[in-house]
Design a protein around this ligand. Structure first.
Ligand SMILES: [Zn+2]
Length: 400
């Protein structure tokens, strides 16, 4: 992840590090007092106060008034100053493009769906440019206007700025999306992430995961992928494609996978596997997601029986993830997470995990389904921009 630190001196780097840390702690724990900030940051009270005073002066943070009735001076709670600007998040997906706008504090202001399926990259950029122009006009009275744009694409390689591939959409293969989009974003800072990494950031900023966890986020969609968040950073691997757990081989000479291998996890435990069981011979699975969710909620026996097999394989994937990464928290997101939650089948996964590993490996582990539903990725796009707010504003802090 990029850092806004541009200073060469160690002293200034330390000041910037403190400021960044305090900003992110307010962001993720708001409303919060200076005393609590000092406790959870491990910084002394003078450093915390200097950082807070700077953020207040810049209008990034605001005080919510005094609270507390105990001894001593009442504490002032601090939060992000939501009204000073807006953030835009864009999720490129099939069969839609979602554009959300939030305040700096993350309150949803717009949730726009643009069509269409199988869109070409040039048309996508044109549609987004028109939307950004419209939003820029709409929010021009905000002090900071549109502060930044976060965007998520499947199989985006953040090391090269290129989309490696999108299934059945060859026009996107190796498309230099970062370079092409930056030409049209009117100078507004642009941050692009892979869909799975955006979803993970969304869970940290807007979901139930804590920023202090060793989180593995498993996204169950047409395929399965995962992303790990550790010590405040996403772990992406040498070439940026860590987390391809959908291609864990769980059956020798098993079903043929789209990756060319056989017996991959996602052939048994993804929405793709579930869809082929429930609607054999059908295509355009996205038209059926709401129906499957509804049937899962009603515990339709056919859906539950199909899910039973899916969940057993997914649990094996979860066990492999635990053995590989030793996380403190596993979140199952995407459509599969919503369906497992709706059908009350998460307990089955936990049972298989507990039967497959010694107790010390799972007793303090939190396994849950994301509650962000279809907005998880878009929220993640917002989170990525919020994470970089100080960098975007480009200030050289004067904290002493
Ligand atoms: Zn595979």
């Amino acid at each position: 992840m990029n850092s806004y630190i541009g200073a060469s001196g160690t002293f200034e780097v330390m000041r910037n590090l403190n400021l960044d840390k305090i900003y992110k702690l307010i962001l993720l724990n708001q409303p919060i007092s200076r005393a609590k900030l000092a406790t959870i940051s491990g910084s002394n009270k003078v450093t915390v106060s200097n950082c807070v005073d700077y953020l207040l002066k810049k209008g990034i943070v605001r005080g919510l008034g005094a609270v507390g009735s105990g001894k001593g001076r009442p504490a002032t709670l601090l939060s992000i100053n939501g009204d000073s600007g807006v953030l835009v998040g864009i999720e490129m997906n099939i069969p839609f493009i979602r554009v959300v706008v939030t305040s700096l504090s993350g309150v949803m202001l717009e949730n726009i769906i643009l069509s269409d399926i199988e869109i070409a990259p040039e048309v996508f950029i044109q549609q987004i440019t028109e939307t950004i122009n419209m939003l820029k006009e709409q929010y021009k009275t905000c002090k900071l206007g549109i502060v930044g744009i976060g965007c998520a694409f499947p199989n985006y390689n953040h090391q090269t700025g290129v989309i490696e591939s999108i299934q059945n959409m060859p026009k996107w293969n190796k498309f230099p999306i970062l370079q092409e989009m930056e030409k049209y974003m009117l100078g507004i800072p642009l941050f692009i992430q892979s869909t799975i990494q955006a979803a993970t950031m969304g869970e940290i900023h807007f979901g139930k995961a804590s920023p202090f966890e060793q989180l593995v986020y498993i996204s169950g969609t047409w395929g399965i992928s995962a992303s790990m968040y550790s010590n405040g950073n996403l772990v992406s691997g040498q070439h940026g494609f860590a987390g391809r757990i959908g291609h864990f081989i769980i059956e020798v000479n098993g079903r043929q996978c789209t990756c060319g291998s056989k017996g991959c996890l996602e052939e048994y435990a993804s929405i793709r596997a579930l869809f082929h069981k429930l609607y054999p011979g059908q295509s355009q699975h996205y038209k059926y997601i709401e129906e499957i969710l509804d049937r899962a909620r009603k515990r339709d026996p056919i859906v539950i029986e199909s899910l039973h097999e899916i969940v057993q394989y997914l649990a094996i994937g979860v066990v492999n993830v635990i053995n590989a990464f030793n996380p403190s928290c596993i979140c199952i997101g995407g459509n599969l997470g919503s369906i497992i939650e709706a059908s009350l089948m998460l307990e089955e996964i936990k049972t298989i995990v507990s039967q497959s590993l010694p107790k010390r490996y799972w007793e303090s582990l939190n396994i849950y389904c994301s509650s962000l539903g279809e907005l998880g990725v878009a929220y993640g796009c917002i989170a990525v921009v919020r994470d970089q707010l100080l960098s975007i504003l480009g200030d050289k802090p004067v904290i002493k």
